[in-house]
Design a protein. Structure first.
Length: 327
């Protein structure tokens, strides 16, 4: 695999609330190679978006990054001053936010917003910025004439593509896509994902996808990281994760989704709710919902161990090959 463009090392971030500290991101580490697509999947509230906000350092006032490093092309983003970080955003790392309408200024034309981002972060004339905006719209499958429209004049799918064009405006090394197809119908969702895949291939951009839908993640990602209660519990190449998953939470997630290929198996709901991260469960955080939990799961945190080429999982009772037919 190519050298990583992004390295996250032992990142820990908490939110300070009246109820106590919410341990949203707890000792998370992963890498993202040049031109790679990494998916991060898990239930709502597991810390996926919090990681994204840490990467761009756009956290709310009550958030505190307690430890770790975020290395982008060798530079630790956590050591940059506010003004330096402002220059790095969009030029080196950008984000496709979940709600396209909330990401765009409703009283400014879409083209003007893209041009502004280009002019702020890159040198050049207004004419060059306009040409770049038109090129970006073509790249995401939109007509140049739509640059003169206001956000409310575009359909949901068009707005989402416009936000993708905005995220690509300064040719960043890394794009973080947080639920990029939420609230879109399945046809438009497919088109948007195909555009993202084409952009990644043509521009050799590294993309980190965030979603609660493991089916969506599987369409676009070469590797998948599974998060639970603020921790990454398993990470593996996409095909390996689906066929040779090892963590019990990954098994539970996949059991909730119907399969188009292979034997027809009854769906098994994942019982219970994600834990309160103000006072998360001891040791393995999944043990209160796991049918395979034993005493050690409650008292000792499992190590993040290698289970195969590029596959790692933290589970005291990993899934065995003999169980595959029952999963």
């Amino acid at each position: 695999m190519p050298a990583p463009v992004l390295q996250v090392e032992e990142l820990t971030m908490h939110y300070l609330t009246r109820q106590g500290e919410v341990r949203a991101v707890d000792n998370v580490s992963f890498t993202l190679a040049q031109g790679e697509a990494l998916g991060v999947v898990g239930e709502s509230g597991c810390g996926k978006t919090s990681i994204a906000l840490c990467l761009l350092r756009v956290l709310p006032d009550n958030a505190r990054i307690l430890s770790g490093r975020i290395l982008l092309n060798g530079t630790d983003l956590l050591q940059l001053g506010d003004e330096e970080m402002r220059r790095w955003r969009w030029q080196h790392i950008s984000m496709v936010f979940q709600a396209a309408m909330s990401s765009l200024n409703p009283v400014a034309r879409v083209g003007s917003q893209i041009e502004e981002a280009i002019l702020v972060h890159q040198r050049g004339s207004l004419q060059e910025a306009r040409e770049r905006a038109a090129h970006l719209f073509g790249l995401v499958g939109l007509e140049e004439a739509l640059l003169r429209r206001y956000p409310h004049e575009l359909s949901g799918g068009m707005r989402q593509r416009a936000v993708i064009a905005l995220a690509l405006s300064c040719q960043p090394s890394v794009v973080v896509a947080d639920e990029p197809t939420t609230a879109l119908d399945v046809i438009v969702q497919h088109l948007v994902l195909e555009e993202l895949k084409r952009v990644q291939r043509d521009l050799h951009t590294s993309i980190m996808y965030i979603s609660h839908d493991i089916g969506v993640i599987a369409q676009v990602s070469a590797r998948i990281a599974v998060m639970y209660a603020g921790k990454i519990v398993e990470i593996a190449p996409t095909g390996v994760l689906f066929e040779h998953f090892r963590h019990r939470y990954t098994q539970a997630l996949l059991s909730c989704f119907p399969r188009l290929h292979g034997p027809k198996l009854a769906l098994e709901p994942l019982e219970g709710d994600p834990p309160d991260l103000v006072s998360p469960p001891s040791a393995c955080r999944f043990h209160p919902r796991c049918h395979y939990a034993t005493e050690i799961c409650k008292t000792e945190e499992p190590a993040f161990e290698k289970h195969g080429p590029d596959q790692f999982a933290a589970c005291w009772h990993p899934v065995q090959e003999s169980e595959r037919g029952r999963s």
